[in-house]
Design a protein around this ligand. Structure first.
Ligand code: 2AM
Ligand code: CA
Length: 265
């Protein structure tokens, strides 16, 4: 690993743990919660405060890099970020959980080069779990290498999904997919943090995860951690990129079976 990548990774890990402490200590004391695009799409004062803090720290430490965050958008146009490192941040993934005191959310940090994630750090302060990956170097949780699970038949699989309430066009498809798995898998879960869902595939807690209409900050870090842990990361009927509309993360053995169901429906 290059020295600069090691330095960046260590910086991102420190930052993620600092942010995690803020998330955990604020979980039951929010100043405000606002709606964004619809009544279901919310943001809290903590999301905004964390993102401002992260943006300031990142741009002070790495002034030549660009920044894209869920709450404050981007410092540069996509064209301008082409030959630069782009930090893609979700200050809190699982904001609805967080706002209700449900202890399942995380901070997500990805460093992207030419549209592909090179370094990823995700921290869940409630479980004190730090996930990390560097492209080509495997994935770790709390310093130990992690790998996807080895469930090969649907009947024994526990899979996970999520949905954007705002994506009205997808509603019927989401419900059809959900129903298609009934009676075929052991369980379908909806935990409410797309980033942790991808990390959970990486560590073998769940066997597959799929979702539509995600944004770069929902997928940039988790997808690399899953891939480096041996998962297949793909779009559904399209190629995967951090900008694509669909995401399936699965252990390799389940890929054909799950893809068949998702593309048939
Ligand atoms: P969030 O908590 O950062 O909003 C739930 O299915 C997952 O989708 C969560 O990871 C959630 O991230 C994300 N999500 C919720 N609303 C979204 C939206 N309008 N666009 C993109 N992602 C969204
Ligand atoms: Ca968020």
């Amino acid at each position: 690993m290059e020295k600069y990548d090691v330095l960046t990774l260590e910086f991102a890990k420190g930052l993620a743990q600092d942010v995690g402490r803020i998330i955990k200590s604020n979980v039951n004391s929010l100043s405000w919660t606002k709606t964004k695009s619809g009544f279901y799409d919310i943001v809290t004062n903590v999301d905004v405060e964390i993102e401002r803090m992260v943006k300031k720290s990142v741009l002070e430490a790495f002034p030549n890099d660009s920044f894209l965050g869920e709450e404050t958008g981007t410092t540069n146009s996509l064209e301008q970020t082409k030959n630069k490192r782009l930090w893609v941040i979700d200050p809190i993934d699982g904001t609805t959980n967080f706002s209700k005191g449900i202890p399942h959310s995380c901070v997500s940090i990805a460093i992207v080069e030419n549209g592909e994630t090179k370094i990823a750090v995700v921290y869940d302060p409630f479980m004190a779990e730090l996930f990390e990956a560097v492209r080509g170097n495997g994935a770790k949780m709390n310093g130990r290498e992690i790998h996807v699970g080895n469930v090969s038949n649907l009947e024994q699989s526990v899979i996970n999904t999520g949905y954007q309430y705002s994506a009205e066009k997808m509603r019927e498809k989401v419900l059809r997919d959900y129903q298609s798995f009934f009676g075929k898998v052991r369980a379908v879960r909806v935990f409410g943090s797309a980033v942790l869902d991808q990390c959970y595939v990486a560590v073998g807690r769940i066997d597959a995860f799929w979702e539509y209409s995600l944004k770069p900050w929902d997928v940039a870090a988790g997808s690399l951690i899953a891939k480096e842990a041996g998962a297949i990361v793909t779009g559904i009927g399209e190629e995967f990129s951090i900008y694509s509309n669909s995401l399936l993360v699965t252990n390799p053995m389940l890929l054909p079976k799950i893809m068949e169901i998702l593309t048939k429906g």
